[in-house]
Each structure stands twice: as structure tokens, then as C-alpha cells.
Design a protein around this ligand. Sequence first.
Ligand code: NAD
Length: 277
Amino acid sequence: MAGRVEGKVAFITGAAHGQGRSHAIRLAQEGADIIAVDLCQDYDTVGYPMGTEEELDQTVKSVEALDRRAVKVVADVRDPNALKAAFETGIAELGHVDVICANAGIAAYATEQTRQHYIDVLNVNLVGVINTVMAGLPHLPRGGSIIVTGSLAALLKGGLGSGSAYTLAKRSLVPFVQTTAAAVANEMIRVNGVHPTNCNTNLLQNDDLYKLFRPDLENPTKEDATPAFMTLQQMPVPWIEPEDISEMVLFLASDASRYVTGQFIAVDAGGTLKTLE
Ligand SMILES: NC(=O)c1ccc[n+]([C@@H]2O[C@H](COP(=O)([O-])OP(=O)(O)OC[C@H]3O[C@@H](n4cnc5c(N)ncnc54)[C@H](O)[C@@H]3O)[C@@H](O)[C@H]2O)c1
């Protein structure tokens, strides 16, 4: 039986580990070839490790182990020229691109958000997404699909306090997806987003996030933070797994979603229900 994205090529940013790697593997399982892009470098403002080149190599190996092809590109989503070149490299090897996952993102949490926190987070999480979409759009055929990664943080009324730059960036992705979807609908290209809740990756599992959720403790551990993480979801879980987001990404990448566009879909264990309280 043909896979759900058989013959498609997906361009994925932030593919070295976490959700991006999971998307690469899930789409490859369903027949896609992958252009795997990552910065592979840490930030001064971010208190947890980014992906490494070895991890990006591992993503490529995992895709190849599924008998699909993968092209590795080290590139920064803040650099539009690097992204343009990444699309050209990927297309030169794989022939075309049908799906874009603008997934790369950072969380620079700090009790006092400095100008540099804002610059880094907005440049990666907002401008980086815009750069990715703009560089890729000219290559997409009819039936192409763009999937942007937002966050439940975009929907929380007060935002996430010390993550105000993050909330601002993620909120801004909603009108970006809507206006871009409207602009390209005539070409039968879809633009959607996913809003993950707490997801079990480096972005969540680090001391800054433990502190954000347990401000009452000096040096909270994962065990301290776990019950607090649970308060974000209506379902009694502290976080979901990257594979849970990949299932929604697979649907949005596949032709099964051919008339879904301009939508942000929450994969949040009921987190959005809490905003209605
Ligand atoms: N983990 C969560 O709890 C959570 C919740 C909601 C939304 N998100 C969003 O999900 C997306 C994926 O995050 P994750 O949870 O997999 O985190 P992660 O830190 O595990 O992975 C992020 C990846 O993006 C890469 N990256 C960072 N800056 C880059 C740049 N400038 N150019 C290219 N690549 C870059 C990193 O190297 C890393 O491999 C992000 O947009 C994040 O904001 C995460």
C-alpha cells in the first residue's frame, strides 16, 4: 500500500532532534524524502542545547534506514540567503519540494527579558518562519503544503510571563499563516499551523523551564516541575511526545488535508479548553 505522503519531498527546519527529527522520520515512514535543515549551534540567551551536526547526521541516517532519501543542510533560518540555498541544494538532489515544515524555534526564558532575548526569539521564531516560507513558496507545486509550528503559549491569555518574547512571536504566526494561506489559495497551496502543548524535548526539559513552572523553588528538578507541567493540559499528562505532533504534521502534509488551509490546530491534550475557563 502506498504511503500517505509517497513521492513527496519535505523540507524541515530544526531537524537535528526533537520534533523536527520526529517529523522527518514519520514522513519518511509514509514515503517522503527529506531535506533536513538545522543551525547546529547554541545561543547565549538560550539555556539548553540546540541540535548538533552529529544529531542532524543521525536524522539523515534514520530516514535512509527507511529506504528514503535525505539531504542534510546546516543553515540558519535567520538568514534568507542560506535558506534559499538550502532549497536549491535539496531540490538539486531530490527533484522537487512539496511540503515545508517551518519548525525551528527557541525558548529564551529569563525573569528579565532583555532586548537580546527579544531579538533572538523574534528572529528565529517569527522572522525565521517567514524566511523559510518565503524561500520555499516559489518552489511549491499545486497541492503543496506549508506547516508552521506555533505553540499553546500563543493562546494563553496572559502569555507565559518570563517567556513574553516567545508568546509574542508565536501569537504573530497566527495572522501570518492566515494571510499567507489566503494569498496562495488560488494556487491550491495550503498553509496551516500546529500548536503543541508541553512536548518532551530539550525545549521543555531544562532548568529554565523547571524554574518557570516552579518559581517557588530555588533549583527545581524535573520531578518538582512535572506536577506543575500537568496544570497546562486538561488531560492528566505533564507533556506529550514529539510523535504526537508528527501525526498532525503528517495529516497536514498529506492530500487527506487538501481542503484544510489557514488553520492552526492544537495538539494539546485539552490545553486550549483551559483557556475557556
Ligand atoms: N517542546 C515544547 O514544549 C514546545 C511546545 C510548543 C511549541 N514548541 C515549538 O516546537 C518547535 C520545535 O521545538 P522542539 O520542542 O523540537 O525543540 P528542540 O530544542 O528540541 O528543537 C529545536 C531545533 O531547532 C533548531 N534551531 C534553533 N535555531 C535554529 C535556527 N536559527 N536555524 C535552524 N535551526 C534552528 C535547534 O538546533 C533544534 O534542533 C519550536 O518551534 C518550538 O517553539 C515546542
